[in-house]
Design a protein around this ligand. Structure first.
Ligand code: NAG
Ligand code: NAG
Ligand code: NAG
Ligand code: NAG
Ligand code: NAG
Ligand code: NAG
Ligand code: NAG
Length: 472
């Protein structure tokens, strides 16, 4: 996939079923201050062909007697209209390409003609937004794989070194051709992948990488391929928001990352599915200031380890982490976290003052402001230990009036006062009820229900005895 992004030069188009749009009718070309500003609108069911754009732009360049000027190209599709970017080409001076809402066909990024090979890439801003890339083995095989020795010679860097902004927003892939496992193509591709040697290129002008609202697989694959193969002397922001990430890509928060991007200031991981802060890491040698956004994720607990990580990440410099809008629970074992919230009022952790106004949810669904939590007072907490596996309270609050859960409700009120030993008990019972609800056919469910009820009664009696001994 990394291949997709190397050179962005296009040529020649064979329009498929749809109608090729007329560039003169559907594109506007404005020439001002050394830049040809081209904007195209593609109607539903139509196809925009790059070769046509190229011809028109070259004509304009001739007319303005300025073949050195820059070209900035925006393509807007309606309802997934098609764009055929058949081959990398000579669009001399293309500095900006922005493609929106298009279904992109025939896309690959090599041309092996000497003419094209000699072009110096000039692209500075690249944006694909709400686009689907169609990938066909046959196209790739015919056009790239057959030339793989040339690819090996040509492909040095992951993308053009002039690049400043690289933005993929809500993009996905379509694979209309079935994959044939024993296809000789795969052997060939494997050989090719092995020999492909990307060198770590230096990107002096790249300041922003955004891969947002994509799949977690696309995101991880793409960001790792980029970061593992470059030195980014100007990169300040990486935006990976809204990608369904349940873990942070392996190329982030490593020693190598800090060595290869000394100016990094912001990493946006908001609107993902992260559950903890363990990924945070900063070496002593990093002297910049880095803001990490993990708001709107799935962090329910900030463990002692998380607090340690957070503190050591934030020490010595002005690094800060935004954990706003996470479904925090008011778990008792987060004492270190509550202490941290309190200490956030002094200047040392001033970037964490916002934690004071954040809220957590008690087991009984009651919402509490973090600054108000009084963790020293046991009465403030539900006394049943809160472990994620224990869904007792959920059952009790659920609208289903099941006898088994009524029993559990009784049980809960019974065992208030018993602490740690309840953990395992709670987990066991919960698991049993869980399994029984999910996996067992109705007819035997009732039999088991009776059994469970019996079991619960036994345990209940046992606890009653224990309670009596305790209260003496
Ligand atoms: C493209 O040009 C055709 C022919 O002039 C016109 O009918 C159509 O509305 C144009 N489409 C857009 C999206 O501008
Ligand atoms: C620009 O045009 C001139 C004359 O039309 C030509 O000699 C020159 O090679 C062109 N330059 C490029 C980079 O195409
Ligand atoms: C994302 O892109 C797809 C087309 O690829 C589009 O149908 C969808 O509406 C887009 N989603 C958003 C939130 O824009
Ligand atoms: C980076 O930008 C500067 C100024 O625009 C330019 O002179 C330089 O050639 C660019 N570097 C690369 C690698 O494109
Ligand atoms: C933290 O994230 C929240 C929710 O996305 C946002 O409202 C807030 O402005 C962020 N705080 C900072 C300091 O950026
Ligand atoms: C910290 O400051 C906030 C507002 O500045 C305040 O509401 C909160 O009660 C303070 N917390 C402590 C522990 O002093
Ligand atoms: C609950 O228990 C009562 C009395 O023990 C019984 O009549 C009722 O059928 C039970 N309900 C369910 C859903 O098992």
């Amino acid at each position: 996939m990394a291949l997709l992004w190397m050179l962005i030069y296009f040529t020649c188009c064979v329009c498929g079923s749809g109608q090729c749009i007329n560039i003169d009718d559907n594109c506007s070309i404005v020439f001002a201050t050394e830049v040809h500003d081209v904007t195209c609108y593609v109607d539903e069911d139509d196809t925009l062909c790059f070769s046509d754009i190229l011809k028109t732009i070259n004509k304009h360049k001739m007319a303005t007697e300025d073949n050195e000027s820059a070209v900035s190209l925006r393509i807007n599709c309606k309802n997934g209209a098609k764009v055929s970017m058949k081959q990398p080409i000579k669009l001399q001076g293309l500095t900006m390409l922005e493609v929106r809402n298009c279904y992109i066909q025939n896309y690959y990024d090599y041309d092996f003609s000497p003419e094209v090979s000699s072009i110096e890439p000039s692209l500075r801003h690249l944006t694909f937004s709400n686009c689907i890339f169609e990938y066909r083995n046959s196209v790739f095989t015919r056009n790239v794989l057959n030339h793989y020795s040339e690819v090996l010679k040509q492909e040095r860097c992951e993308f053009p070194q002039n690049l400043e902004h690289y933005i993929l927003r809500n993009i996905s892939f379509a694979f209309p051709e079935p994959f044939v496992i024993n296809d000789p193509y795969y052997k060939e591709k494997e050989k090719y992948e092995k020999q492909r040697l990307i060198t770590r290129c230096i990107y002096d002008n790249l300041t922003l990488i955004e891969i947002s609202s994509c799949s977690s697989i696309t995101t991880e694959h793409t960001i790792n391929a980029i970061l593992e193969n470059g030195i980014f002397t100007a990169l300040t922001e990486i935006n990976l928001a809204n990608n369904k990430l349940s873990r942070v890509p392996t190329s982030l928060f490593t020693d190598v990352m800090y060595k290869t991007m000394k100016k990094i200031k912001k990493i946006d991981l908001s609107r993902n599915s992260l559950t903890d802060l363990r990924f945070l890491y900063r070496p002593f040698t990093f002297s910049g200031s880095l803001y990490v956004d993990v708001s709107q994720n799935r962090i329910a607990e900030v463990s002692n380890e998380d607090v340690r990580t957070l503190k050591s990440f934030s020490k010595f410099s002005y690094n800060a982490v935004n954990i706003s809008d996470n479904p925090l629970r008011c778990a008792r074992d987060q004492q270190t976290f509550y202490e941290f919230v309190k200490s956030a009022n002094n200047s040392r952790w001033s970037s964490y003052r916002y934690l004071n106004s954040m809220t957590c949810v008690h087991q009984n669904q009651q919402v509490e402001t973090l600054s108000k939590i009084s963790y020293q007072d046991d009465d403030e907490f539900d006394l049943l230990p809160i472990s994620p596996a224990c869904i007792l309270s959920k059952d009790i609050n659920s609208e289903k009036e099941q006898n088994a859960t009524n029993e559990l409700s009784d049980l809960k009120s019974l065992v208030v006062g018993l602490t740690e030993s309840m953990n395992t008990f709670c987990d066991k019972i919960t698991k049993r009820i869980d399994d029984f609800e999910r996996n067992i056919p109705r007819q035997i469910a009732s039999i088991i229900e009776i059994k469970v009820t019996e079991e619960i009664r036994k345990v209940k009696d046992q606890f009653q005895k224990e309670l009596e001994t305790l209260s003496k």
